[in-house]
Each structure stands twice: as structure tokens, then as C-alpha cells.
Design a protein around this ligand. Structure first.
Ligand code: NAD
Length: 298
């Protein structure tokens, strides 16, 4: 009999990923502390576990998609304390290398392996199954879960040791955040000079100024003013902080990274922890006295 799959954390990312598993013919056993998050995935074909223990009693492979390192470690400790039939945990969250190595130790104490597998590509990528997955963990366990990870997107093996994939993820996210920050500044400048935002995006994407922000985040979530990319500013800031801490530990100066952190911190302070990542343009707009929005049809 093939292994049962558990999935803990059914938020912006976890829910569409659990639904991808259902779409691939699996019936994951799911758990979230929010009843509302659970019932939607159960309606799509998953099996509800009211408690974590109910899930670990049945699932050999357990995916985690949880918000912060603290929550991931707390859930990891609870799994290790009540391991049931769990053989391996696959952590899809962004926790940073230090916490991921701690998680590996906690789970190892209960004879459970860890595959560290953070993801990139946002909610849209999670829905389409076009995420980038960075996986680090013991080869046999990686091979056991590789076909499942394939339901989420492109799987790239990083290393044998959990934690290394987290380093790669932090590198990816600092690049993504910096691209959004500088593209937002440049768009505000252009708007103040009287340029049409859609024309600016068209030029950037045809030219050497193209970034993931000009290609996707600005035209889809800023120009219409919807700001619903689906990544909370608090979680995005957490990733930047984890990256800068790791760079500091390695003795690598990150001047641009620190400037990006400031803009994200100001946005969180101004618009709240749940504001969307794409709202980093809003403090810049206010300071400049201009908004970067799609012009209405004449
Ligand atoms: P989210 O806040 O939308 O979802 C987290 C879910 O975990 C929620 O449903 C919450 O109820 C649940 N949860 C919290 N504590 C729990 C607990 N103790 N037990 C069970 N469930 C619990 O977060 P998200 O945006 O889905 O992000 C999840 C992870 O993926 C984060 O580490 C984030 O950094 C990373 N990530 C997010 C994106 C994105 O675009 N949103 C992209 C890549 C990676």
C-alpha cells in the first residue's frame, strides 16, 4: 500500500498545493488551526484531521506550509512528540537555514527524516503547478517525495543537508523583493514625470529594465490597484530579515538588501502586517504625491 499523505497549513500557498495533490489523484489528510481553511480543502476532496495527532496517526509523509519559523518549529515539536506513523516531513515553508536545521534535529529525535523544500512562484504558481521547488534532504526520502513535489512545479535538488534549500530560497526572495522595491521607485518617478504607467511597463519589459515586478506584480496587482498578489508584507519582511541574518552570519555585506528591508518595514508599519507585498509602492506614492494606476480609457 502506498504511503498516506498529510498536509498541515492550508493558507494562501498550502491550500492550492493541497488541491494540486487532490487533482493528481491523492486524498491528503489535512490539518489547519483554522476551521474555515480546512473545510474548503475538504470540500475539494481532502480528509479532515481535527488534530495534528489524528494526522500523524495515519500519514507517513507530512507536508508543512506554515507562516513563520516559530510556528514550523512548534508543529515540528508536536509531530516529534506524537510521531504516529510519520516517516518524513517535507517543509514547504520559508523558515531560514538555522530553524530548518533545528527542525531536522527535533524530527531526527523521533526517527523522522526532513526534506527541506521551500517554494517560489506565489499563489498563482501554486494554483497552476508552476512553482520552483528547492529540495534538500536525504536522497532516499527526496526520491520518495519527488513525484509528489512534481505536482507543485519544477523540482530542483539542492543538497543532502536540510537548510541548504532555505539558503537558496532566501537568495531568491531577496532578489524578488529588491526587484519590486526598485521597480516601484522607478514607476513612481515616471508617473510623477507624467509618463503613462502601462507604457512604462511595456518599455521595461521590452528593454533591459525588465524585472519580475515589471513583468508581473506591477501590471497585475499595482496598476489596477487590487494589491492582491497574496503574500503578506509581514511574511515577506520575515524572508528579508532571515536573508540579512544569514548574510551577516556568513560575513557578507548586503547594503542593497538593508535598504529593501527599510522600505518593507515602513510599508508594514503604515499599512499593517496583512498588507500585500505589492503595497510597498504605496509609501513611495504618498511621499511623491502621485499614484501609479492604470489610466482610464478615454
Ligand atoms: P498564510 O498565512 O496564508 O497560511 C498559513 C496557514 O497556516 C494558515 O492557514 C494558518 O491558519 C495555518 N497555521 C498557522 N499556525 C498553525 C498551526 N500551529 N497549526 C496548523 N496550522 C497553522 O501563509 P502563506 O502565504 O500560505 O505562506 C506559507 C509559507 O510559504 C510561509 O513560510 C511563506 O513565507 C511561504 N511562501 C509564501 C508565498 C506567497 O506568495 N504567499 C510564496 C512562497 C513561499
Amino acid at each position: 500500500m502506498s504511503d498516506e499523505i498529510g498536509f498541515v497549513g492550508l493558507g494562501n500557498m498550502g491550500r492550492p498545493m493541497a488541491e494540486r495533490l487532490i487533482g493528481a489523484g491523492h486524498r491528503p489528510i489535512v490539518h489547519d488551526r483554522s476551521q474555515a481553511a480546512m473545510s474548503e480543502v475538504v470540500a475539494a476532496g481532502a480528509v479532515a484531521a481535527a488534530t495534528l495527532e489524528a494526522l500523524t496517526a495515519k500519514a507517513q509523509t507530512v507536508f508543512l506550509s506554515l507562516p513563520t519559523p516559530e510556528v514550523v518549529l512548534a508543529v515540528g515539536r508536536a509531530i516529534a512528540g506524537s510521531p504516529g506513523v510519520v516517516k518524513r516531513v517535507v517543509d514547504l515553508s520559508t523558515t531560514g537555514p538555522k530553524s530548518e536545521m533545528e527542525l531536522a534535529d527535533i524530527l531526527a529525535g523521533a526517527g523522522i527524516a526532513l526534506v527541506d523544500s521551500p517554494v517560489s512562484g506565489g499563489v498563482a504558481g501554486a494554483k497552476k503547478g508552476s512553482l520552483a521547488l528547492m529540495a534538500a534532504g536525504p536522497l532516499a526520502h527526496f526520491e520518495a517525495v519527488e513525484p509528489l513535489l512534481g505536482a507543485f512545479g519544477k523540482v530542483i535538488r539542492i543538497a543532502e543537508e536540510p537548510g541548504k534549500a532555505q539558503v537558496m530560497k532566501l537568495i531568491n526572495n531577496i532578489c524578488s523583493a529588491a526587484a519590486l522595491a526598485i521597480t516601484s521607485e522607478a514607476m513612481v518617478m515616471g508617473a510623477k514625470a507624467g509618463l503613462d504607467p502601462d507604457v512604462m511597463v511595456e518599455v521595461l519589459n521590452a528593454g533591459s529594465g525588465r524585472t519580475t515586478a515589471s513583468a508581473d506584480k506591477i501590471p497585475r496587482f499595482v496598476l489596477p490597484g487590487s494589491f492582491d498578489f497574496g503574500f503578506a508584507i509581514a511574511l515577506s519582511l520575515k524572508d528579508i530579515r532571515l536573508c540579512l541574518e544569514e548574510a551577516d552570519r556568513l560575513g557578507v555585506p548586503m547594503m542593497v538588501g538593508n535598504a529593501v528591508r527599510m522600505l518593507f518595514s515602513v510599508t508594514k508599519a503604515d499599512f499593517g502586517a496583512d498588507a500585500d507585498m505589492t503595497e510597498v509602492i504605496r509609501p513611495l506614492e504618498r511621499w511623491a504625491g502621485v499614484e501609479v494606476r492604470r489610466r482610464k480609457e478615454a
